[in-house]
Structure formats: C-alpha cells, structure tokens
Ligand binder design. Sequence first.
Ligand SMILES: NC(=O)c1ccc[n+]([C@@H]2O[C@H](COP(=O)([O-])OP(=O)(O)OC[C@H]3O[C@@H](n4cnc5c(N)ncnc54)[C@H](OP(=O)(O)O)[C@@H]3O)[C@@H](O)[C@H]2O)c1
Length: 286
Amino acid sequence: MSGASRLVLGSARWALVARPDRTLLAATVAAALDTGITRFDTARAYSPPGRAGEGERLLGQALGSHMRAGRARIATKGGHWRRPDGSFAVDARPATLRSHVEASLSALGIERIDRYLLHWPDPAVPLAESVGALADLRAAGLVDEIGVCNVDVAQVEAAHAAGPVAVVQNRLAYLGPDDPVLARCVALGLEYEAYSSLGGPDGPGRMEELVRGEPRVTALAARLGATGVQLALAWLLAQGTAVVPVLGAGRPRSVRASAAAASLTLGGDDLALLDEVRPRPETATA
Ligand SMILES: NC(=O)c1ccc[n+]([C@@H]2O[C@H](COP(=O)([O-])OP(=O)(O)OC[C@H]3O[C@@H](n4cnc5c(N)ncnc54)[C@H](OP(=O)(O)O)[C@@H]3O)[C@@H](O)[C@H]2O)c1
C-alpha cells in the first residue's frame, strides 16, 4: 500500500452530531474515493443515545453504490455501545459479539464485514474468549478479518495467540505519547491502525501553533508547501509501513488535504527535527 490508499476515513464524529448534513458526508466519502482512500472505519458505539447503529447507517448510506460495487472496504467494531442515557458500555461475551455483528451487517446493509474489531477488551471476559468468538464469526463467513482495539502489549500477545488477528487499532499521533504496541505489532506481522491520528479535534489547531511557534518547523512547512496537519500525518506514515492512520474528517477539503499529505516525503533531517520538537505526554492513554 502506498499514498492515500494507506489511509482510513473514520466516521466517529458523524453520528455524534445532532443533525448530520448527509449531503456533506456523501461529498466527504466521494472525495475520499476520488483521492484513493478506499477504507472506512465505523463502530456500533458511534451513535447518539438510543439510536444504536446510527453511525454505521450513515456510513452505509454515504457509501451507497460504491460499497455495493466493492470499491470500499469497511471496518466496524463491537463489544462496546452507547446506552440510551448516553453512557458507554462494554460487553464482549461471545453471544453479545455475535448479536453486534448481525446488527452491524443490517445497519450497513451488507452481507459480510471486511474487518471487525473488538472495540474494548472487557475486564469481565477473558480476551481469548472474545477473540475466539470473533474467529468463529470469521469462520462462519460473516467477517473477513478480525482485530482488537485499545490493547496493551500483553493483550496483543493474548489476542494473537487466541485467533487469526490481522490488525490492532490503538491511539497514536504526532501530538501524543508513543505506543509500545506498535513495535509488538511489527514483530507479529500485524497491521497497526493509528486512531485519532491527527491528535483529535484540537490536533489541527495545535499543529498550526507548532508551525507558527518554531521557526525551523515554519521553514520545513514552507519548503514542503505543507500545513501542520500534513506534517503530522507524514510523520505518522514515516513510523513504518505497518502504520495505517485512521483520520476523522467531516469535510471534503479535510480529506483532500490529508490525502495530499500521503505524498509528502520527509527526509531524515526533517524527521529528526519533528521528533526533537514533538510535544509528547509521558504515558499512553489507550
Ligand atoms: N478504536 C477506538 O477506540 C477509536 C477511538 C477514537 C477514534 N477512532 C477512530 O479514529 C477516527 C479519527 O479520530 P478522531 O475523530 O478522534 O480525530 P482526528 O482524526 O485526530 O482529527 C479529526 C479532526 O481533524 C480535522 N481534520 C481532518 N483532516 C484535516 C486536515 N487535513 N486539515 C485540517 N484539519 C483536518 C477534522 O475536521 P473536519 O471534521 O472539519 O473535517 C476533525 O476536527 C475516528 O473517526 C474513528 O474512526 C477509534
């Protein structure tokens, strides 16, 4: 994979807006496909209170015929959902995961999910049991690839031992802590999807401040004709071919700018500079 095909468009925030502009979401999805982004991320938990599956329905509708024509690959997640009172709950028992997969297939309007992830490990259920349930759903033909999210190194190893896990999705961004799970994924041959890869909703603003406040970064951005967000994304892509950034975007312009960042090439000195000035909390939050 190279260029924009290494990016995933995430849709977490779409379903959290009270009245999402469906025309804008369809244009955002169209911009993604246009620039070479063919992978999309959602979850059962991405829904307003009391409307389980809304994020999946929005994504399915925005993708429409592209999905049916096989031009888009969809990842969704279960074992985690939103209660009617707005709080989030975790339940990764095998029977719950099966019912979540069935509900996701229906919400998305498809017969097989390309990639299905356990959204959060459930402290009340051994991880091997949850992953084993996903492996059974894969064997039954309901999902193609399986993975886990929000895991530490020991959990990645447990998940890998329990089933044919293809991917880990954890939080990783230029504006955030390192994640030791990345090196473990590389060693085990797993893909590492980096979520909130632009640093979350305030990430773009913080990156522009960094560009304005550090003259060497100002010069780098000017030389490459790049914004702060684009530098952050190029840095993330340079952390290794196992890294696949999951980007949140609600506007075609954001998607196009991010896709363009996938073509930036950072030299060794550029990366060393960005590492030197990187503001980084001490501990991982995932
Ligand atoms: N597995 C998990 O537990 C988990 C947890 C959190 C998130 N995720 C996944 O990760 C995805 C992304 O995470 P996120 O939504 O937290 O945040 P993010 O991708 O770090 O940042 C999203 C923000 O960046 C802006 N943006 C996007 N591209 C831009 C560009 N090129 N230039 C300037 N601004 C740009 C967006 O603005 P606009 O909206 O205005 O375009 C939005 O405000 C989610 O949608 C979800 O799929 C997974």
